[in-house]
Write a protein that binds this ligand. Structure first.
Ligand code: FES
Length: 289
């Protein structure tokens, strides 16, 4: 729901930006330059003159007057040139290039707007995708709560195979925790988020080795976890017993809901410090590495 709202907000913001950009460009298109307005006024005057009954006579008079004026200005220019004086200043309007932006949507404007709109929509799409990707999922999948099945069945499978119950979706192992050692666990400093699962007789260990991140496999003969990468060893409940690892295996919070074991992969806590040995479990056979 929150992701949908965020995506909608980004798309609305992008659309608003495009509309604002287009509105600003459109407002500049309607304005005429001073030169254009003057030219239009001249055309209007000429049109009016054509509509009057005495148009022909007026035109002849105007042409004669203009010719006389032109001849007079030419005479003045010639006499000024002959006498070495500066020519009379022209009253003609200065030419200025036509502003293409005022004539309508040019090809350049069209492409500019297209590029801006494309960038905005691509950015909005990318932002929405990234947001949806990083948004934490409330349930299901790694990072959320994962149902591993009935706790009673899981514990029975552990006892029968004398091996941890592996939950691939949670990337975690479920092993037995002896309830008689809970006092020692509390004394050793087990986090409060983990204690409920210990009281239910199990513990969930994250599969990643705290040394350099290898997946730690279970060794059936020693009944320990043994990392083949650099030889770190952990007892059944993930407490470090040997090797270069800086601490015990990371622990995952879990709860029992209606008899189902629910692993909360959103809460993965660092393992216990070196030296912790709450269960006093010794290797029960030869090592695997
Ligand atoms: S990664 Fe496991 S011991 Fe180094």
């Amino acid at each position: 729901m929150a992701v949908a709202i965020a995506i909608a907000a980004i798309l609305i913001a992008a659309a608003a930006a495009v509309l604002l950009t287009q509105g600003r460009l459109r407002s500049s298109v309607g304005a005429l330059s001073r030169e254009t307005r003057r030219r239009d006024a001249g055309s209007a005057t000429t049109s009016k003159a054509v509509k009057t009954p005495d148009a022909a006579t007026t035109d002849e008079h105007d042409e004669e007057a203009e010719s006389a004026g032109a001849r007079a200005r030419a005479g003045e220019a010639r006499s000024s040139a002959a006498s070495g004086l500066p020519a009379v200043e022209s009253t003609a309007a200065e030419w200025s290039p036509v502003d293409e932006e005022e004539l309508g949507v040019t090809r350049r404007q069209f492409f500019n707007r297209g590029i801006v709109a494309g960038i905005l929509f691509a950015t909005a799409g990318f932002g929405a995708s990234a947001l949806a990707f990083i948004w934490p999922s409330g349930k299901g999948g790694f990072g959320g709560k994962i149902s591993a099945g009935k706790l009673a069945d899981i514990l029975a499978a552990i006892d029968e195979k004398k091996a941890p119950f592996y939950v691939p979706e949670a990337r975690s192992y479920v092993t037995r925790y002896p309830t008689e050692d809970i006092a020692a666990a509390k004394k050793a400093g087990y986090p409060s988020a983990i204690l409920p699962s210990l009281e239910d007789g199990f513990i969930v260990e994250y599969q990643k080795c705290p040394h350099l991140g290898c997946r730690v496999p279970w060794c059936g003969s020693s009944q320990w976890f043994e990392c083949p990468c650099h030889g770190s060893k952990y007892n059944r409940v993930g407490e470090k017993r040997d090797g270069p690892a800086p601490r015990g295996m990371s622990l995952v919070a879990a709860e029992v809901s209606n008899g189902d074991l629910v692993i909360n992969t959103g809460i993965i806590l660092p393992g216990l410090p070196i030296g912790t040995d709450s269960t006093k479990q010794k290797p029960e056979g030869p090592s695997c590495i």
